[in-house]
Structure formats: structure tokens, C-alpha cells
Design a binder for this molecule. Structure first.
Ligand SMILES: *Cc1c(COP(=O)(O)O)cnc(C)c1O
Length: 369
């Protein structure tokens, strides 16, 4: 291999739209208005319309989006929130940081998404919310989950950090939830040049509360009059402007990801376990994840051949040291544990040349000869 193939290449995306981005950055720097303001409200309008939601509140990260949505709903000490352990830790941290308890249910082996059938038996009088995670860019069964949440009066918060523009029954990620949390961490399908996030909701009361909470508990026209205890979780104007510039390209980028994923699946099917696509869904392949029972050897082989494969995620949350206080052990959530030992993320990003995808497929197929 003459050249390494990275897992993602953010510089390649910048090069593709450099004049637009440079102009956007210049505008913000020249205006000298760096926090909130028109750049943020413009992005909020554009993103809520893209996601068919009534309200979008731009915040400082996906983690703060999750936390503020739960907090605005009044979730805190003594409450339980159901989610999966097979996700990035931020999903559970948002729960724990409010003094509430994450209650883990397992995922399904074929699609790595929350097992809807395991949820009802975990509901107690303390359960207040469910957070499904649209892992790798494919949506969990939120239409079924909506019915469960309605029946038990639970808050449905979609973790959309990996699923900007993904569809389920033709509706975009964030559509079925009472609220949805998005991350614009640079490597996400829609990424800022630093940290940023957003909450979507159709509930005006909730939206108003989150708007205040992100900005020290005040209304936007107040300076030193604070209605509630908030925090500083505002979105930077620079990030908002960059996101507004990138948003019109998102559909095209997501299509490019799907094309790469289709190519991988066609070539690798039968050689390794390829991702399962649910027929009601159109995924956006934040990650392209295969599975093998000889993960370590395979990773080493790929790395030796210049391919930056990754693992998302190697340790399920219930087995993380940070969550040892929950008292869960190996064997408690067996599917998540098995997935954590077998998943491999292959390079995928919109600018990845097909010739390199082809090389990667060839290499994996050579390994199995
Ligand atoms: C990235 C991510 C988050 C956290 O987003 P940040 O913007 O990094 O705080 C939350 N949940 C999932 C599933 C993620 O992938």
C-alpha cells in the first residue's frame, strides 16, 4: 500500500467546499458577533425545516442536547431512563449527570439497535423516559417505541447524533420523539469545526425552557434577570454559520455514503457479516460496520495494510468502570457484549474514492482465501 486509507477525512470535505466555507467564516469574523445571534437562529430555522420539526435549539454539543432535553422535561434524582449500553457513553452520561439512573436494555444482534420487545419489562414506577440510539446512521424502531411511550406516559428522546437525515417510514430522525438530540461533532454526518449540537422538538413549552437553560436561565432579551437555573450550553455563531453552509450538501453526502455502503455490502456479503438494513428505513451510514469472530486478527491485518479500521464500541457501557456502581456484570446484556467483541468499522466518508473502497474489499476477500 502506497498510502494509508483513513477512517474519515475531514480535510477532504473542506477542500471540496473551501470557497463557501472561507466566505462564511470571514463573514462571522468581520461582523465580530461570536455567540448566538442571527447565525444561530438562521441555522435553527434551516435545520428544523430539514428535519420537519417545529423548533430547533442550537446548543454546545450533542451531550448538552441530550442533557438539556431530559432536564427541561424535569427528569432528575430518583428517575429511571431506559436506553442501550451499546452506544457512545454520552447517551448515558446525560442521564447520570442529572442524578437519574440509566436502565439498560439489550440491542438486537442483526442491526445493533434497541430491542423494543425488552423495554416493557424494564418499566417501573420510576421510569420517565426512553432514549433510543440511531446507531451507525440507522433508525431504531421509533414508530413502535412511540406507542409504548404513549401507553406509559414516557418521554421519548431520540439520540440522533449519528443519523442526520436518516429515514424511518419516510420520516426523518427526530420526527417520532418528544424531542431529539443531535451532535455536530466534526466527524458526524453533519459536522461543525468544533463542538456543537441541537435539540429538536414540536413542544413549544419544552423549546422555550431549553432556550433559557442553554443561556443561564434567561430570556434572550434579558441580560441580568434569570428566571431559572440554567447553564452555558450555547452554540457559537461560527459553528452555526459553518453548519448552515454545509447543510445544503448533506443529502448528497448521505447518498455518497449509501453508495459506498452498497458497494461494501455487495462485495463482502458471505465473507463477513455485513450490516442489516431494515426495510422501513433509509440509513445514512455514519459508520459502516462489519462483524467477525476473529476481530483482533482482522484489525491487525487491515492496519498492516494501511487501512484505518476502528471499533465502535469495544466496551458496552454496563461494563465500563464509570458505570460499575450500577452493579451489572458480564453476561447481563449478552448481545451488546458479543457485538462489542466482533464489530469493525471500515473507512466511510462521502469523499472516499470508490477505487479505495474496491481495494479494501479486495483486501478483505484476499484475507479469506
Ligand atoms: C457523538 C455522539 C454523542 C455526543 O455528541 P457530542 O457532540 O460529542 O457531545 C451522543 N450520542 C451518540 C450516539 C454519539 O455518537
Amino acid at each position: 500500500m502506497e498510502r494509508k486509507i483513513p477512517l474519515v477525512d475531514l480535510a477532504a470535505q473542506y477542500q471540496q467546499i473551501k470557497p463557501e466555507i472561507d466566505k462564511a467564516i470571514q463573514e462571522i469574523v468581520s461582523a465580530g458577533s461570536f455567540i448566538g445571534g442571527k447565525a444561530v437562529s438562521d441555522f435553527e430555522k434551516a435545520f428544523s425545516s430539514f428535519c420537519q420539526a417545529a423548533h430547533c435549539i442550537g446548543v454546545s454539543s450533542g451531550t448538552s442536547a441530550l442533557e438539556l432535553a431530559l432536564k427541561a422535561r424535569g427528569i432528575g434524582m430518583g428517575d429511571e431512563v431506559i436506553t442501550t449500553p451499546f452506544t457512545f457513553i454520552a447517551t448515558a452520561e446525560a442521564i447520570t449527570n442529572l442524578g437519574a439512573k440509566p436502565v439498560f436494555v439489550d440491542v438486537k444482534e442483526d442491526d445493533c439497535l434497541i430491542d423494543i420487545n425488552s423495554i416493557e419489562k424494564k418499566i417501573t414506577s420510576c421510569t420517565k423516559a426512553v432514549i433510543p440510539v440511531h446507531l451507525y446512521g440507522q433508525m431504531a424502531n421509533v414508530s413502535a417505541l412511540r406507542k409504548i411511550c404513549d401507553a406509559y406516559n414516557l418521554f421519548l428522546l431520540e439520540d440522533c447524533a449519528q443519523a442526520h437525515g436518516a429515514l424511518h417510514h419516510n420520516k426523518p430522525a427526530g420526527f417520532f420523539g418528544d424531542a431529539a438530540a443531535f451532535s455536530f461533532y466534526p466527524a458526524k454526518n453533519l459536522g461543525a469545526f468544533g463542538d456543537a449540537g441541537a435539540v429538536l422538538t414540536n413542544d413549544e413549552t419544552l423549546a422555550t425552557k431549553i432556550r433559557m437553560m442553554r443561556d443561564h436561565g434567561r430570556f434572550s432579551n434579558q441580560k441580568y434577570s434569570h428566571e431559572i437555573i440554567g447553564t452555558n450550553a450555547r452554540m457559537d455563531a461560527l459553528q452555526a454559520k459553518i453548519l448552515s453552509t454545509k447543510l445544503p450538501h448533506l443529502q448528497k453526502w448521505n447518498s455518497a455514503r449509501r453508495e459506498i455502503a452498497d458497494y461494501y455490502t455487495n462485495k463482502l456479503k458471505g465473507i463477513v457479516i455485513t450490516p442489516t438494513e431494515i426495510k422501513e428505513n433509509i440509513p445514512v451510514y455514519h459508520l459502516y460496520v462489519i462483524r467477525t469472530s476473529y476481530r483482533q486478527a482482522m484489525l491487525q491485518y487491515l492496519h498492516e495494510n494501511g487501512i484505518s479500521a476502528g471499533v465502535h464500541y469495544p466496551v458496552p457501557l454496563h461494563l465500563q468502570k464509570a458505570y460499575s456502581f450500577l452493579g451489572l456484570a458480564k453476561g447481563d446484556l449478552p448481545i451488546s457484549e458479543k457485538l462489542a467483541e466482533t464489530v469493525i468499522s471500515l473507512p466511510i466518508y462521502p469523499e472516499l474514492p470508490m477505487s479505495q473502497v474496491e481495494q479494501i474489499c479486495q483486501m478483505i476477500s484476499d484475507y479469506h482465501k
